[in-house]
Design a protein around this ligand. Structure first.
Ligand code: ASP
Ligand code: MG
Length: 444
């Protein structure tokens, strides 16, 4: 939903898909808009009303310009603008103006503000569909997605949601009208707006699919489904035609740019396949995410800019609670630990450079000798039960030996789906390309 052109492309996809199936469409906000709304919230909290007004104005311009693409003259644009869009912007202005005055904003109000992105974009898609002569109707998801009151990351009540979907969405399908549902948004039992967490519009699609027993979910992204490696680093990376949901989750947790597993797991677990498709490459058949897993290496995911911290204390031999002491210090700093490995008297863990706080070193030095290594790359080999395949370990160690790549730390995931190497950032590209060549290209 980046521009008028891409919204028209979405309309085209909907037209093609609805020729032989009944579709329900879930929309996200126009690209970048949720982040902009969040930045307005921050500015309002800092009591910067002028900057807020400026940003709201930019947001109005953005949506108004896109709206123009769907109508033949400015009179028509003004008419729909006043009817549909203006009321949303007035609410946005009122909330943020109030916030700027008091300098405080509750999660409840933040959810309301962030929900406006999808409220606006759903109108844009509706206009595009109407321009093409497709019968469509916009449904605000507050009507159908029922949640608890965890405003920013609410939990769905599937019983009441299913009833509401049957009441409000199913009749439209029967009349061959395409329902356009705002993604990301729900409503709690008090009638307040809630959100399903960042990236939540994919989750909305899965919820609707489960509630209405859909045959499939299609997620239209800007990449060719789930790939074996980041195509920017490995030219030969492959798009998988199929993938098990646990494998896809492992890739996402290791940092691959794929849809959030939480968004689709509920559908896949109900045996509703989820297809990850590319809006910009319509010929690509998509990756089908399903329940069954296939044994083999499916991906190599890497990340840069990690810091490794080694804590060593020989006095800790046979002592209880060494690791607990280390982790509780890290917890006090609110830093998430990524990969870790241990020995009797030492503990090694990685954190991202972004999360690191230099004061952590001083606190950790109270429990042992601390060594910090910067510029570390994480290389994760991912595949169902790969940790049971000793050939992989043989290859990894031989390759690192031949290429003179010291392994700073290695960890084997309890899920049996992940072998992670921590190496010098300089060596990452070579290791990635080599492992990809041996374990993916040669075997497909
Ligand atoms: N607009 C929301 C977000 O940016 C939801 C989504 O795009 O899926 O997080
Ligand atoms: Mg999205």
């Amino acid at each position: 939903m980046g521009s008028a052109a891409s919204i028209l492309e979405c309309a085209q996809i909907i037209e093609d898909q609805s020729k032989n199936k009944r579709c329900i469409v879930t929309v996200s906000a126009v690209s970048g808009v949720t982040n902009q709304l969040l930045s307005m919230v921050e500015l309002a909290k800092k009591q910067k009303p002028r900057l807020v007004v400026k940003k709201i104005h930019q947001l109005e311009q953005l949506h108004r310009n896109i709206t123009r693409a769907f109508f033949s003259n400015e009179k028509e644009v003004s008419a729909v603008w006043e009817k549909d869009m203006l009321p949303i912007f007035e609410k946005l202005k009122a909330i943020l103006h109030g916030t700027s005055l008091v300098g405080d904003l509750t999660h409840k109000m933040q959810a309301k503000v962030c929900s406006f992105g999808e409220c606006l974009s759903s109108y844009l898609l509706l206009y595009a569909l109407e321009k093409k002569g497709i019968k469509a109707s916009r449904i605000h998801s507050e009507k159908v997605i029922r949640t608890d009151s965890a405003y920013l990351e609410a939990n769905v009540n599937f019983t009441t949601t299913t009833l509401a979907c049957k009441k409000y969405i199913a009749p439209l399908l029967q009349k061959n009208i395409v329902p356009i549902v705002t993604g990301f948004i729900g409503k709690d039992t008090h009638g307040d707006t809630t959100l399903l967490g960042r990236g939540g519009s994919d989750y909305t699609a899965s919820i609707l699919a489960v509630a209405l027993k859909a045959d499939e979910v299609q997620i239209w992204t800007d990449v060719n489904g789930v790939m074996s490696a980041d195509p920017r680093f490995v030219k030969e990376s492959i798009s998988w035609p199929e993938m098990g949901v646990k494998m896809m989750s492992e890739m996402a947790y290791s940092g691959a740019k794929v849809v959030h597993p939480r968004s689709i797991a509920i559908a896949v677990m109900k045996n509703i396949p989820v297809y990850i498709l590319n809006t910009f490459d319509r010929k690509f058949a998509g990756t089908k995410i399903k329940v069954d897993e296939v044994k083999d290496v499916k991906g190599i995911v890497t990340s840069d800019q990690n810091i490794l911290l080694h804590i060593e204390n020989p006095n800790m031999l046979d002592e209880v609670g060494f690791i607990a002491k280390v982790t509780s210090i890290v917890e006090q700093f609110g830093i998430p630990i990524d990969v870790c490995s241990t020995s009797e008297t030492s503990f090694t863990f990685s954190v991202s450079e972004q999360d690191f706080n230099p004061k952590l070193l001083k606190s950790l030095s109270k429990v042992g000798l601390v060594r910090k290594i910067k510029n570390i790359a994480k290389v994760c080999m991912i595949g169902h039960e790969i940790t049971q395949n000793s050939k992989i370990f043989e290859d990894v160690f031989r390759m690192c030996h031949q290429k003179k790549v010291p392994i700073q730390s290695i960890s084997v995931g309890a899920s049996q789906r992940n072998i992670t190497l921590m190496i010098d950032q300089k060596c990452k590209d070579q290791v990635l390309v080599d492992l990809h060549h041996t374990w993916i290209e040669k075997r497909t």
